[in-house]
Design a protein. Structure first.
Length: 302
């Protein structure tokens, strides 16, 4: 496979420039105003897709330039599989939010609901790829690669089952008492599905930790926080947008998100990782998905 020098401009794949163009377009749609101060509707309605697909392509190209392989270039079937799964996963979070009521949307009222939901599917499709691409980039940085590798550990036999039970409780509590337990939705899915993946022999966060490969969970946590800051930054200036109504901790907002809310983005990234591998494990003879895991483990050990 082609390998290129880090920082070599010639090594930048074409989709890097496509990504930068989309991001520039997205920023224009976010910040541009008409003479009367209005957004450039209806074009500005699509800022999210422009910014985030642009981000995904640009980061993927940088990973390819550095590593000689990337999710979009080398494992495109996996990338394409992530898009509908990502949309479905976020619709699941929207369903939970119907109960917890932690975030709300400011949307245009001059488009029908069916069209708004259809466009939202496109927006939601970017969530898993954005986290994955960011984690892939972070794992290859010198900062992460230079971290000391702890010794492998051994778990008690009941630990995976205990985590599954605790995760189920953490998922149910916000549905019945959302005012007190709303924060548990960020991590409950990982507590259930990651041990299931571990027991099934699939990639899992607790499996990496057991092997002493802490770099992988740390990279995904950092990716969740990175994307979280970018989500909130771009959202703050844009329309359509979202805002939060969070009990008890809704103070000291950074953009629209309360400061303490950023702590949830790391566990959220772990959730997306666990959800992806849970559903990947349901695909029979999923060789193209197995190809995604092998290089990760190899590089993480290096």
């Amino acid at each position: 496979m082609l390998r290129v020098k880090t920082g070599s401009r010639q090594g930048l794949h074409t989709h890097f420039w496509v990504g930068l163009t989309l991001m520039a377009l997205g920023h224009f749609l976010i910040f541009a105003r008409t003479p009367d101060g209005s957004y450039l509707r209806p074009l500005s309605d699509y800022w999210f897709a422009a910014v985030w697909f642009g981000y995904i392509f640009a980061v993927d190209a940088l990973v390819f330039q550095r590593d000689g392989r990337s999710l979009f270039v080398s494992r495109r079937p996996v990338f394409l599989a992530m898009l509908p799964l990502s949309a479905c996963v976020w619709w699941g979070f929207e369903w939970v939010n119907e109960r917890v009521q932690n975030w709300h949307y400011l949307r245009p009222y001059d488009i029908p609901d069916w069209y708004a939901n259809l466009v939202s599917c496109v927006f939601f499709a970017t969530v898993i790829p954005a986290i994955w691409e960011t984690a892939d980039w972070i794992r290859g940085t010198q900062w992460v690669r230079s971290l000391p590798k702890p010794r492998p550990t051994t778990y008690p036999r009941l630990l995976p089952y205990t985590l599954i039970a605790a995760g189920i409780v953490a998922f149910v509590l916000p549905l019945f008492w959302p005012q007190y337990f709303f924060a548990l939705i960020w991590g409950s899915a990982a507590m259930v599905l990651d041990p299931i993946n571990y027991l099934a022999g699939r990639p899992s966060m607790i499996g990496y930790i057991e092997k002493g490969q802490w770099r992988f969970p740390l990279a995904f946590y950092a990716a969740g926080l990175t994307c979280g800051v970018l989500w909130e930054f771009w959202n703050f200036w844009a329309f359509p947008k979202w805002f939060y109504t969070v009990p008890y901790v809704g103070f000291l907002k950074v953009f629209e998100m309360p400061l303490l809310g950023y702590l949830g983005y790391g566990p959220f990234a772990w959730e997306l990782f666990s959800i992806f591998w849970f559903f990947a494990g349901l695909v029979p003879r999923n060789r193209f998905l197995a190809a995604l895991a092998q290089p990760e483990g190899t590089r993480d050990d290096s």
